[in-house]
Design a protein around this ligand. Structure first.
Ligand SMILES: [Fe+2]
Ligand SMILES: [Fe+2]
Length: 280
């Protein structure tokens, strides 16, 4: 069941506690976004982009909730649990930034969502450790890596102060979100059997398959000269496809293959198309 994407704010004690965890960044130049300076179509796309970003960040709250519960059930190291629990507040803060950026451009774009798709319950046939392996792989080693790569390239392409400042704030956190994957694998790797690595290869195929729409487009082009989209804080569709494909191959598939989490040739072709070759 899909619903309209809406955000509410309680204020009072809830706001006070949240602001203690994530103080408002008073340096953000909200007034510098002037929608009248851009073609109307670009502003419409920008409002949709920042609304989408807010919705994706809320989905990340839900996704990291299940990483945290999986790690806790598996009795992973306590400091790793504490690190992961901090990410929930990060992602809430990112929702707020995305929503406020859309508002600065004239308001959020109408959008429907079904956040239940981001909720995951452990299958009965997996051990707690296997479920933790899977959740960390899906979220920190795939989703967060792709999100960070796209945000970093967009930040580099942005010329305007507000989107640059927003991406700088977001990227400061996202680096740690993907680092959790590295730290967890260093901790858990010795306990992985050949069978478990093989299973995680299939999990990797499934998770990357969810992002196929990002790079499976008619045209992929490197990020080019500054266009209104860049100034408003997002990449053109063909540029995002190029960035996402490169990140998936070089920052997800290649490093995981090095530790024995490998896609078969058929899996690689089904995710990326027959014309894309295995990264070195
Ligand atoms: Fe985020
Ligand atoms: Fe994140």
């Amino acid at each position: 069941m899909t619903r309209d994407f809406v955000l509410d704010w309680l204020g009072g004690a809830a706001e006070k506690r949240f602001r203690r965890a994530r103080p408002e960044d008073a340096t953000l130049p909200w007034d510098s976004f002037r929608p009248d300076d851009y073609p109307e179509a670009a502003v419409v796309d920008a409002r949709a982009w920042w609304t989408e970003l807010a919705a994706n960040e809320l989905a990340a709250v839900i996704e990291f909730s299940s990483v945290l519960s999986a790690l806790a059930v598996a009795q992973a190291p306590l400091d790793l649990l504490g690190m992961c629990s901090d990410f929930l507040a990060d992602e809430c803060a990112h929702v707020e930034l995305g929503a406020r950026a859309a508002m600065a451009l004239g308001g959020a774009a109408p959008r429907t969502v079904d956040f239940r798709q981001a909720v995951h319950t452990p299958p009965a046939d997996l051990t707690p450790a296997q479920w933790a392996n899977e959740r960390v792989l899906r979220v920190s080693c795939v989703s967060e890596v792709l999100a960070e790569a796209a945000a970093a390239r967009t930040y580099a392409a942005c010329t305007e102060p507000l989107p640059r400042a927003l991406y700088a704030d977001i990227l400061r956190d996202e680096v740690h979100h993907k680092q959790l994957g590295v730290l967890y694998i260093e901790y858990a790797y010795e306990s992985w059997s050949d069978l478990e690595r093989e299973r995680l290869g299939h999990v990797l195929r499934d998770q990357l398959g969810k992002f196929r729409g990002l790079w499976d487009v008619p045209r992929r082009t490197p990020v080019g000269a500054t266009v209104p989209e860049h100034r408003l804080g997002f990449l053109q569709r063909s540029e995002l496809a190029h960035v996402a494909l490169d990140a998936a191959l070089t920052k997800v598939v290649a490093p995981l293959a090095e530790i024995g989490v490998v896609l078969t040739d058929a899996e690689l072709a089904s995710i990326f198309g027959a014309d894309v070759s295995r990264p070195a």
